[in-house]
Design a protein around this ligand. Structure first.
Ligand code: MN
Ligand code: FE2
Length: 306
């Protein structure tokens, strides 16, 4: 249980050598200020509006389905991040909290981007929740809020690990990355929706930093607490089936008639590959020192996105 903090005994930034500007989270914060500052309100949707009118009903339905999954996903990560921010703040990890403020701000921009798209391009003001399939509901309606909000009553290292695996590894690392990447490729190949692909590209860069933080956090927890690796492994395995289910359920809704050259194999292959890469990264942390974790934390994820 969290005990309320009644007073500060000291401040990190005014103590001798307390604040670490070389902390990996601070390096991520610098990148967030340079790369995360783009405005969803200023992306030009005029070509997208024309494209939307020319698209077939099937093409519009697939695009609307994808946006509805992205939209609720962005809303849930925005709503559910706060317990983790609070946990990190209460542990006095100021550098990490500072990065998480940028993280949360970026998720809010993603919410804005998708909603702007629904309003201004798709003109979709009706209820879209029928697009949320059973596996999608398992992850976004249940597992994500439950594992994050549990931190309000149980901020233990293993609870943090379960929350971060769910949020950073599965929701961001497998689902968001796969969904954004595949949609980006598909619309680009079809020469459609340039405003949407521009936004997806910017969001992928933000997500890469978020995932880099998740890898850092989980690696730190794995090194600091012996019992964490087992929990990480378990949680990853528990969430693979519903994560792959989200992809499969998108395709099964169209019965082999998927437009834009989207194929289930390409999607699933990409998703599985993301999963394997993250799993191996975390597995490596077991044999690393805390010093190594701090040194390499922000490098590989972002190198792949820039
Ligand atoms: Mn996002
Ligand atoms: Fe994110």
């Amino acid at each position: 249980m969290i005990t309320p903090i009644e007073r500060h005994e000291q401040f990190i930034t005014t103590s001798a050598g307390g604040f670490n500007r070389q902390h990996p989270a601070m390096r991520m914060f610098q990148k967030a200020k340079q790369l995360g500052v783009w405005d969803p309100a200023s992306i030009d949707f005029s070509q997208d509006q024309q494209d939307w009118q020319q698209m077939s009903e099937l093409e519009r339905d697939v695009a609307l389905r994808l946006v509805s999954l992205f939209q609720a996903g962005e809303e849930s990560v925005t709503l559910d991040l706060l317990p983790l921010v609070m946990t990190v703040a209460r542990e006095g990890r100021l550098e990490e909290e500072m990065f998480l403020t940028a993280f949360l701000w970026e998720e809010s921009k993603h919410v804005e981007f998708m909603r702007r798209y629904l309003d201004e391009v798709a003109g979709a003001h009706h209820d879209l929740s029928h697009y949320h399939s059973p596996s999608y509901k398992t992850i976004f309606y249940e597992e994500l809020p439950r594992s994050l909000n549990r931190l309000l009553t149980d901020p233990s290292p293993t609870a943090q690990a379960e929350a971060s695996v769910t949020y950073n590894m599965i929701v961001e690392g497998v689902l968001a990355e796969t969904g954004y990447y595949a949609s980006f490729e598909a619309f680009k190949r079809s020469n459609l929706l340039p405003g949407f692909t521009q936004g997806l590209n910017l969001m992928m860069r933000d997500e890469a930093r978020h995932i880099a933080y998740g890898v850092f956090l989980l690696s730190r927890l794995i090194v600091e607490h012996e019992e964490v690796w087992e929990v990480v492994q378990q949680r990853m395995m528990t969430l693979v089936p519903p994560a792959m289910g989200v992809v499969q359920e998108v395709f099964s809704a169209y019965d082999g008639e998927m437009p834009y050259g989207l194929t289930q194999d390409e999607f699933l292959g990409y998703a599985m590959n993301q999963f394997d890469r993250r799993y191996q990264r975390l597995e490596r942390a077991k044999s690393q020192t805390l010093e190594q974790i701090y040194r390499i934390a922000d490098q590989t994820e972002e190198a792949s996105s820039e």
